[in-house]
Ligand binder design. Structure first.
Ligand SMILES: NC(=O)c1ccc[n+]([C@@H]2O[C@H](COP(=O)([O-])OP(=O)(O)OC[C@H]3O[C@@H](n4cnc5c(N)ncnc54)[C@H](OP(=O)(O)O)[C@@H]3O)[C@@H](O)[C@H]2O)c1
Ligand SMILES: *[C@@H]1O[C@H](CO)[C@@H](O)[C@H](O)[C@H]1NC(C)=O
Ligand SMILES: *[C@@H]1O[C@H](CO)[C@@H](O)[C@H](O)[C@H]1NC(C)=O
Ligand SMILES: *[C@@H]1O[C@H](CO)[C@@H](O)[C@H](O)[C@H]1NC(C)=O
Ligand SMILES: *[C@@H]1O[C@H](CO)[C@@H](O)[C@H](O)[C@H]1NC(C)=O
Ligand SMILES: *[C@@H]1O[C@H](CO)[C@@H](O)[C@H](O)[C@H]1NC(C)=O
Ligand SMILES: *[C@@H]1O[C@H](CO)[C@@H](O)[C@H](O)[C@H]1NC(C)=O
Length: 356
């Protein structure tokens, strides 16, 4: 009986016989569910929309609702991160058929936290993010900082992992593109020297670099350098010092929304200061990701797409740079950050020759 059965389907019979003698786990050959189809195979060719919704400091239900407001308003881009502690709340909207567009119609960025830089931890960190967000793949996965922490420390304790380099972590991130877990990979908060190290060694190279840039920290040479090298700049904290965690960093700088120069300019353009500031970020070629949990502000910020400046106005804005960086955890982590850049934790001044 057994032989007869095999004889009717000879090729399969040989495979089954072989498998019964070899220590090959059968699912590797048989279980298609282990394969993740490439997002591209589902005609997903979306490039990054020039405005997205930021999600840092959006807590619990506020994060769920902010994403719903954003989709309703017409946003098709979210800037998430494991470190924001709210990906499961973002996921409540993404997994809702009622509130979310089809997956291939919107862009999701997330970020690998510093305590998962060891190559063996990277795929698990992405999987946790995907399962929290309730989506099968990301559009962009960023190395959140060029700094590795030792995993499993007690809360609030930071120990630098001296054995894991940014290149070790990058190699593991390249594998995530190969396994279809993310369409692109990129970096965040890198210095020119750190970026250069990745660019000289990458097989899959950075799609984007997300860093702090706004009218008070313009870094125009650095932005131009990315354009020349086809690396998209994602401008974080695009509203400069409106993030409340930045309060008191430069007491002499009042909130940009009350800055006389910007109030005058916004009046002239018949728009709000927030819209003017974001419109400048878009017009200079960066991608902006303003955060808000308020529906009216989320709508207001998107309408910055309708504001454009003349060459003269762009030149006037350039004169308003304050070279003031609001986000620099260098001291609390005990590492040097933003070497060679404006207001970095170093003694050097940025010059064009520092940038490759
Ligand atoms: N890669 C990184 O290391 C990194 C670091 C920082 C930020 N980011 C990303 O960048 C995103 C944006 O940066 P951010 O959150 O630092 O700051 P931001 O978006 O520049 O400013 C956010 C603050 O501005 C308020 N706001 C937003 N729109 C407004 C409007 N139209 N009028 C008045 N106030 C308004 C928000 O308040 P309400 O929410 O109360 O409306 C919030 O307090 C983050 O959420 C995160 O996704 C990434
Ligand atoms: C990735 O997607 C491609 C195309 O759909 C497929 O051939 C490949 O097997 C997938 N890779 C993995 C590791 O799932
Ligand atoms: C949600 O946002 C509102 C408006 O900013 C705020 O008053 C409230 O405290 C937020 N909720 C949480 C849980 O942070
Ligand atoms: C991550 O998920 C993929 C696809 O579901 C799976 O093949 C892989 O083993 C997972 N990796 C880890 C480290 O959990
Ligand atoms: C950037 O892209 C353009 C157009 O695709 C190409 O001609 C150029 O060589 C690229 N530059 C770099 C540095 O990769
Ligand atoms: C200015 O903007 C407001 C609100 O968008 C609009 O109602 C008004 O018509 C605009 N005025 C002019 C002169 O464009
Ligand atoms: C831009 O302006 C047009 C014409 O007034 C309007 O229909 C459109 O909704 C605006 N776009 C955004 C994003 O506000």
């Amino acid at each position: 009986m057994y032989r007869d059965t095999l004889a009717t389907i000879p090729r399969l019979g040989v495979v089954v016989l072989l498998l019964s003698f070899l220590p090959i786990p059968i699912p590797v050959l048989a279980d298609q569910t282990l394969l993740r189809p490439s997002p591209e195979s589902k005609h997903h060719h979306l490039s990054i929309p020039s405005i997205g919704l930021g999600l840092w400091n959006s807590k619990d239900d506020n994060a769920t609702e902010a994403v719903t407001y954003a989709f309703d308003a017409g946003y098709r881009h979210l800037d998430s991160a494991a470190a924001y502690g709210n990906e499961a709340f973002v996921g409540r909207t993404l997994s809702s058929k009622k509130h979310s567009p089809p997956r291939h119609k919107y862009w999701v960025t997330s970020k690998l936290w510093n305590d998962a830089h060891k190559p063996k931890l990277v795929a698990g960190a992405l999987n946790k993010t995907l399962s929290d967000l309730g989506i099968p793949y990301l559009d962009l996965y960023l190395m959140h900082w060029p700094v590795a922490f030792l995993p499993n420390q007690s809360p609030g304790r930071t120990v630098i992992d001296q054995d894991t380099s940014i290149l070790d972590t990058w190699r593991a991130m390249e594998d995530l593109v190969r396994s279809n877990g993310t369409r692109h990979i990129g970096v965040s908060n890198f210095s020119p020297r750190q970026l250069d190290q990745i660019l000289k060694n990458c097989d899959i190279c950075p799609y984007a670099h997300e860093f702090e840039t706004h009218p008070y920290l313009q870094q125009q040479d650095f932005v131009d350098w990315h354009a020349d090298n086809n690396i998209t700049v994602i401008a974080y904290s695009p509203l400069a010092n409106m993030n409340p965690t930045y309060e008191g960093k430069y007491p002499k700088l009042g909130p940009i929304l009350e800055d006389g120069f910007w109030e005058d300019l916004a009046g002239k353009k018949n728009c709000t200061v927030a819209q003017a500031v974001l419109a400048w970020g878009i017009q200079r070629g960066t991608v902006v990701i303003p955060k808000s949990v308020h529906e009216e502000r989320i709508i207001e910020n998107l309408a910055s797409l309708n504001v454009t400046f003349s060459k003269e106005e762009m030149r006037d804005i350039q004169m308003q740079d304050k070279r003031s960086r609001f986000n620099n955890p260098s001291k609390s982590w005990g590492v040097e950050l933003f070497e060679g850049l404006d207001d970095g934790s170093n003694r050097f001044l940025a010059t064009k020759s520092d940038l490759r």
